[in-house]
Write a protein that binds this ligand. Structure first.
Ligand code: PLP
Length: 444
């Protein structure tokens, strides 16, 4: 559909000869293909030299901006003198551990991994070890990584909501059966499920704001109710703050809502795009990991605590300290949402603009409360994708897939937001014309 995407298509085709599908993560398959050659601040350039204002932010890690100088310089300085040893610990590991414990309210001890999936995997295994129970409760629409323990019921087709919806072939039946799925924001359902499985549930895991389906805000009483229930039933409460952590507050969403989980998983914005994740929590639980002599919950990773990633995380967290970054990205996030609401109202489109802080999205459906995944089933996926394709044509990159959120970063300026709003106005008109002509493509 792009006149100018020849280089992108050619690179993807060539890559497909060596890599299945040509991409190294399944949800990087997009139409039209976009192959990026370089990036700086709020912008990315594809292999044809076309510039985009980027709100995809690589699925959320980029909070300061691409190739952000303070981060790059710190990484380069660090890896000139240190890298990876695979023995004992380092001063930089200690420095970052102290920062996380200082800022994230519930975290008394922390361990580093490379990806969010590793962090959530370890959180589940730890919950099972400390409770001696097998089952984990998650919520429809939340994504916690690619492993068998939790890869269930994320963006399910309508007919699979309330049913088993494993995310992959080859998953163990036992893992699927031991992962129970409930409805986000429905405390009564969770209470009934816990009662039904008395003494079987090891942990409850949630994204405190389910951003893997855009932005569904939690009811305060839901989060507080989960905390009470977990205390009463001896269940480990796990906040997966891989997206919300650092992006919404340096202390994670828990610092905003005041509800304290037992275990927190972190990643993404912690290091502005460098591959580091963390699991942290109450000291007595963390002490079960066998990084301590006598611990009985296995924890390892060749690349854990690589100096380049630690340096990136330290530089990022130092930028977040003092609140200037969050003030900027929250203000610009609000400017974007307000602008989009105005355009949509003026055009008379059935749509809901929502988000939190730096995150925004537009659901194309009639006004209603958005409480859980089922609230989003009427979102017009074909229109949503077409609108984002029209944005791409005009130089704004929001991932053209259904229910994806967007992220404002510290490098975006008011002028970027205002230009994006002008483009959004045109893109909506074009998408409406395409819909009128019966041209909206099927959902990816
Ligand atoms: C909330 C959440 N948890 C965990 C993960 C898994 O992280 P990773 O892709 O780094 O393994 C993701 C990834 O998108 C996520 O959004």
């Amino acid at each position: 559909m792009h006149e100018t995407d020849s280089g992108n298509r050619a690179l993807l085709e060539e890559s497909s000869k060596y890599t299945p599908g040509g991409v190294h993560t399944s949800i990087r398959i997009i139409d039209p293909p976009l192959c990026i050659r370089r990036a700086e601040g709020a912008y990315i350039w594809d292999v044809d030299g076309k510039r985009y204002i980027d709100y995809h932010a690589a699925f959320a890690p980029i909070i300061l901006g691409h190739c952000y100088p303070a981060v790059v310089e710190r990484v380069v300085d660090t890896i000139r003198q240190t890298d990876l040893y695979g023995a004992s610990t380092t001063e930089v590991e200690l420095e970052l551990s102290k920062k996380i414990v200082q800022h994230v309210p519930s975290v008394e001890q922390v361990l580093f991994a490379c990806t969010g999936s590793e962090a959530t995997f370890h959180s589940v295994r730890l919950a099972r070890a400390v409770t001696g129970r097998r089952k984990i409760l998650k919520f429809q629409g939340c994504y916690h990584g690619w492993h068998d323990y939790l890869l269930r019921n994320v963006i399910s087709p309508r007919e699979r909501v309330g049913q088993t919806d494993p995310g992959s072939a080859g998953m163990l039946d036992e893992a699927i059966e031991n992962t129970i799925v409930c409805t986000f924001n429905d405390l009564a359902e969770v209470e009934a499920t816990v009662a039904k499985h008395a003494d079987e549930i090891a942990g409850i895991i949630l994204e405190p704001i389910p951003h893997n389906i855009g932005c569904v805000l939690p009811k305060q009483e839901f989060l507080e109710g989960l905390r009470r229930l977990c205390d009463a039933e001896g269940i480990v409460l796990i906040f997966d703050e891989v997206i919300t952590g650092f992006r919404h507050h340096i202390g994670g969403y828990q610092a905003i809502c005041g509800v304290s989980p037992d275990i927190t998983t972190m990643g993404k914005a912690i290091a502005n795009g460098f591959p580091i994740a963390a699991i942290g929590g109450k000291r007595d639980l963390m002490q079960r990991f066998n990084t301590r002599v006598g611990g009985d919950v296995f924890f390892a990773g060749t690349f854990n605590g690589h100096a380049s990633c630690l340096a990136a995380a330290l530089a990022t967290i130092e930028m977040l300290e003092g609140g200037k970054v969050h003030e900027h990205i929250f203000r610009l996030g609000e400017r974007m949402r307000a602008g989009l609401k105005e355009i949509i109202a003026r055009k008379g489109i059935d749509a809901i603009v929502t988000g939190y802080g730096s995150v925004y999205t537009v659901y194309f459906m009639g006004d209603r409360p958005i409480e859980n995944f089922s609230s989003l089933l009427d979102n017009d996926a074909a229109f949503y994708i077409r609108y984002r394709q029209e944005l791409m044509k005009r130089g704004v990159f929001e991932l053209p897939m259904n229910l994806k959120r967007n992220h404002v970063g510290f490098s975006h300026t008011e002028a970027d937001i205002d230009r994006t709003l002008e483009i959004a106005d045109e893109a909506l008109t074009a998408a409406m014309e395409a819909r009128a002509a019966g041209e909206c493509p099927a959902a990816v």
